[in-house]
Design a protein around this ligand. Structure first.
Ligand SMILES: NC(=O)c1ccc[n+]([C@@H]2O[C@H](COP(=O)([O-])OP(=O)(O)OC[C@H]3O[C@@H](n4cnc5c(N)ncnc54)[C@H](OP(=O)(O)O)[C@@H]3O)[C@@H](O)[C@H]2O)c1
Length: 175
């Protein structure tokens, strides 16, 4: 099972101004196209409830899995025998347990789509094998960081792609 983080960053390293800030308000159309293409390829996206609240609908053509401690038992991933696209499911599982369950359900890859608490949890759990960072030409000065706890992780830069004249996509392998 492959698990990658996919995120857009300001040039000063933030992922949002505050918890309610919808990323599509400041990221480029090229990043949106990249995000849609890569996350559809994975088939399943995982996000925290705060990030989900900024979107408020399941992502089309993908299975959307939301971390929340306040979830309907019947919609928990652990209670499913099949996950349908265009639907929302919930989880409270440890990253490794969620990935094992998704593997059992036939997924090969999952896209970790934020926010900070979910990116941090998956990175700390040691289950993430790749990071896709889109750098946008914007500065917030202050805001929500990509990770919110101490980490000591080495990365290998695999590729650098220009999504447009303004936007760069960095692909890192987690060492
Ligand atoms: N730039 C980007 O690419 C990008 C991508 C994604 C998000 N963002 C930004 O990130 C910000 C939100 O990040 P955030 O860290 O504040 O919030 P978040 O990670 O999106 O969501 C936090 C919520 O997730 C749930 N949660 C977290 N850990 C859990 C666990 N172990 N078990 C069960 N539920 C758990 C809790 O929901 P309950 O309160 O319901 O229990 C918690 O309140 C927003 O500004 C958003 O725009 C940016």
């Amino acid at each position: 099972m492959h698990c990658f983080i996919i995120v857009a960053l300001t040039a000063d390293g933030f992922i949002g101004r505050d918890v309610a800030h919808n990323s599509t308000r400041w990221t480029s159309k090229e990043d949106a196209a990249w995000f849609n293409q890569r996350s559809k390829q994975a088939g399943a996206v995982v996000m925290g409830r705060a990030t989900y609240d900024t979107i408020n609908k399941p992502l089309p053509d993908r299975v959307t899995i939301v971390y929340s401690r306040d979830a309907d038992e019947a919609r928990l991933v652990k209670n499913q025998s099949k996950l349908e696209k265009n639907q929302i499911y919930y989880t409270q599982a440890k990253p490794k347990d969620l990935l094992n369950k998704l593997d059992e359900l036939g997924f090969n890859e999952v896209a970790i789509c934020g926010g900070s608490s979910i990116y941090t949890m998956f990175m700390q759990a040691g289950v993430t094998d790749k990071l896709y960072l889109t750098v946008e030409p914007v500065l917030f000065g202050d805001g929500i960081k990509l990770f919110n706890k101490k980490l000591n992780i080495k990365l290998k830069l695999k590729s650098v792609k220009q999504l447009s004249s303004q936007t760069i996509l960095l692909e890192y392998i987690v060492d």
